[in-house]
Structures are given as structure tokens and as C-alpha cells.
Design a protein around this ligand. Structure first.
Ligand code: NAD
Length: 337
């Protein structure tokens, strides 16, 4: 139950947006050192509020980094009635949202996503959190923002490899529930139109509206992530999140074929699509056993079992699927070699 605004030049009208939705003037912006000079500092000036820039990257998603953010909240005298803005990609959103969820038992926040990945995925659904050395997103909360305000113009400054990484999550949404989206996203449709962005958003919005706390079908959104998170962590985060998810999508399509729940040829289709968008489908050099070990801390684990969301065709996914260990290892080996 919060507004999600996808509007070109939306950031030019921040104050009226806040007024229209009954939000007070924000107190502080959290952004990263790349985004501050491009977008964050301007917004800080527009609103006359301080800007806190954290170093960029997945390595910042730690409890130590959150602790430094709390120090700044205290320094600026923020309290439970304060409102902060997270301006950035999925990392800034996850970490600032987690700080907002936990500071004084929760304060309000607004998410302003500036990467393709955060615009169509990470900013929706209220999951916030940080990593532990043992695994990704191990500490977290459900703490929805008051509003998500996405301005596609912010993508103009996004480096091409970051833009491509975001395409992986869009392809994931296509595989989960929208075969047309899967076929429409191709090299000639880049950069994506507002209509395609909206189509990609709708897949996630529809699912999280039906199952906000992942009791049932929200698990479908984990497609590609069970193996993908293991790969991301095994690469010591040298692979971008979206790149690891691309490999995870291919691996999990192979897995679905191996266990006989997917249309034959599905993994090929997924691989061709990802490759045509310059996304990786293999990660030579990583250890399959290390990937498997890192998957063991997956949050989707229950009573020692891993539960997968696996594709059955382009547009349909089964969740809560268990697989035999030897088939899983053989599948991981296929994306290593
Ligand atoms: P990111 O936040 O690390 O951003 C990628 C890079 O782009 C960073 O270097 C950043 O400084 C830079 N950047 C961001 N916006 C820019 C812009 N407009 N112009 C120039 N540079 C810009 O990466 P991401 O791909 O956005 O997010 C990945 C993170 O999102 C992962 O930690 C993942 O776990 C998380 N995630 C969370 C959810 C969720 O539901 N909470 C869902 C999916 C992913």
C-alpha cells in the first residue's frame, strides 16, 4: 500500500510530489559516492537537506556500514518521526532501508531508485537488508518505503554494464509471468521504453501485492537467485548481482529440464536471450563446491532442504521444488565449464 511513481522528470518536482502524497519534508539523503555528484547533491540542494554519501558497491552491504549510517542519523538529530530518502541502486536502497527499519525501531523512508535493476525490482516489495560474510542478504526486514519515485532519466548516467545487469531481472520477470515481455526485450528495444519498464514492474507488483511476506507465490521471484546468489558470493562479488542472476537463470532452466518439469529446449531459449543482451551464462573458474556451500546459507532453506523456483516454460514457474543433490551439482558444473 504505497505509491510507486514512474515518471520522466519526476525528480524535478520532488516537493510537490511529497505534498501531494502527504509526506513531510525529508530530513536526510542517503546515496553513494558515484550517485552524489550526478543526482544526490542536486536533490539535497533542491530540498536544502544534508546528503550522506557511502562508498558504492556490494561490499558496503554490511552491519558495519549500517552502524556508520546510524552515527550520521544521530549527528543530524533524526528521530522516529524523521523521513530519509535513499537515492541509488539496490545497494543504497537495501542498506538505507535497513537502517530506516531498525533505527529507533523504525523510521520512514522514500526510495528513489537510479539503476535499472533497482527501478524494476529491488525498490519494490519492501525487502531491505545487508549481507554477512557467510551469505547474501542474511540480515534484513520487511520495511516498505512511504513512496518509490523512479525517474527513468537517472538511467542516462548509468554505465552500460550496469544497465545490462538490470536486464537480467527483467528477463527473470518475463520467464516468471510474461512471455511477451521476454520476447519484446531485445537488443533493438534498448534503452527500454517507459511502457516496457512498466510491463516489467507489473510482474513484481502483482506478485508482491498477492503475497507481500513470501508465504506462497512470492517465492517465484527467487527464480535464478538460489544458484545465482551462490555464484555471486563465490565470485567475491566481482560479478554484478544481475550478471550472477543471469547465470543463475540459465543454470536453473537447465535444472528444470534435468528433472523433467520444463519444456525441452527451454534452457537454450533462456541462454540465447541472455547472450543476445551481452549477459553471461557461464562463470568459468569458480568452484562448484564453493558455490554449493554458499547456497547452503540460502534463506529459502527450510529444515535443511533447499527450495527452488524453477521455470516450466517462458511465462510459468513452479516454486517449492526440491532437487536431488547429485543433479544439482552436475547442473552447477555445466555453468562452470
Ligand atoms: P548497485 O546499487 O551496486 O549499483 C550499481 C553501480 O551503479 C554502483 O556503482 C552505483 O554507484 C552506480 N550507479 C547507480 N545509479 C547510477 C546512475 N544513475 N548513474 C551512474 N551510476 C549509478 O547495484 P544494483 O544492481 O542497483 O543493485 C544490486 C543490489 O540490489 C544487490 O545487493 C541485490 O541483493 C539487491 N536487490 C535487492 C532486492 C530487494 O528486493 N530488496 C531485489 C533485487 C536486488
Amino acid at each position: 500500500g504505497y505509491p510507486l511513481i514512474l515518471g520522466v522528470k519526476a525528480l524535478t518536482y520532488l516537493t510537490s510530489m511529497f505534498n501531494n502524497y502527504g509526506l513531510p519534508k525529508p530530513d536526510l539523503i542517503v546515496t553513494d559516492t558515484n550517485i552524489a555528484p550526478l543526482w544526490g547533491n542536486n536533490l539535497g540542494q533542491q530540498l536544502s537537506i544534508p546528503v550522506l554519501s557511502i562508498p558504492d558497491g556490494e561490499s558496503q552491504k554490511t552491519l558495519e556500514a549500517v552502524s556508520k549510517i546510524y552515527d550520521q542519523f544521530l549527528l543530524h538529530d533524526l528521530d522516529r518521526s524523521s523521513l530519509i530518502l535513499a537515492v541509488g541502486g539496490g545497494v543504497v536502497g537495501d542498506i538505507a532501508g535497513f537502517a530506516a527499519a531498525t533505527y529507533m525501531r523504525g523510521m520512514r523512508w522514500v526510495n528513489i531508485p537510479t539503476t535499472l535493476l533497482s527501478m524494476i525490482d529491488a525498490s519494490i516489495g519492501g525487502k531491505v537488508g545487508v549481507d554477512l560474510p557467510q551469505g547474501k542478504n542474511m540480515i534484513g526486514a520487511f520495511h516498505p518505503p512511504e513512496m518509490v519515485l523512479a525517474d527513468p532519466e537517472t538511467l542516462d548516467t548509468l554505465p552500460a554494464h550496469e544497465y545490462n545487469a538490470g536486464l537480467a531481472e527483467i528477463i527473470k520477470h518475463g520467464i516468471i509471468a510474461d512471455a511477451e515481455l521476454f520476447s519484446l526485450v531485445n537488443i533493438s528495444s534498448l534503452p527500454l521504453s517507459r511502457e516496457l519498464l512498466q510491463k516489467a514492474l507489473e510482474v513484481k507488483i502483482n506478485i508482491v501485492q498477492r503475497d507481500p511476506f513470501e508465504h506462497t507465490e512470492r517465492a517465484k521471484l527467487n527464480l535464478g537467485h538460489t544458484i545465482g546468489h551462490g555464484i555471486e558470493a563465490a565470485s567475491n562479488y566481482k560479478l554484478r548481482h544481475g550478471e550472477a542472476i543471469a547465470i543463475g537463470l540459465y543454470a536453473e532452466a537447465l535444472l528444470a529440464e534435468h528433472i523433467g518439469i520444463a519444456d525441452p529446449g527451454l534452457a537454450d531459449k533462456v541462454e540465447k536471450k541472455l547472450t543476445s543482451l551481452s549477459l553471461p551464462t557461464k562463470c568459468p573458474g569458480l568452484s562448484p563446491l564453493r558455490i554449493r556451500q554458499l547456497m547452503a546459507t540460502d534463506k529459502k532453506k527450510r529444515s535443511g532442504n533447499l527450495y527452488f523456483a524453477l521455470p516450466t516454460s517462458i511465462g510459468t514457474v513452479e516454486y517449492d521444488v526440491t532437487v536431488e543433490e547429485d543433479i544439482l551439482i552436475k547442473t552447477i558444473e555445466r555453468v562452470i565449464n
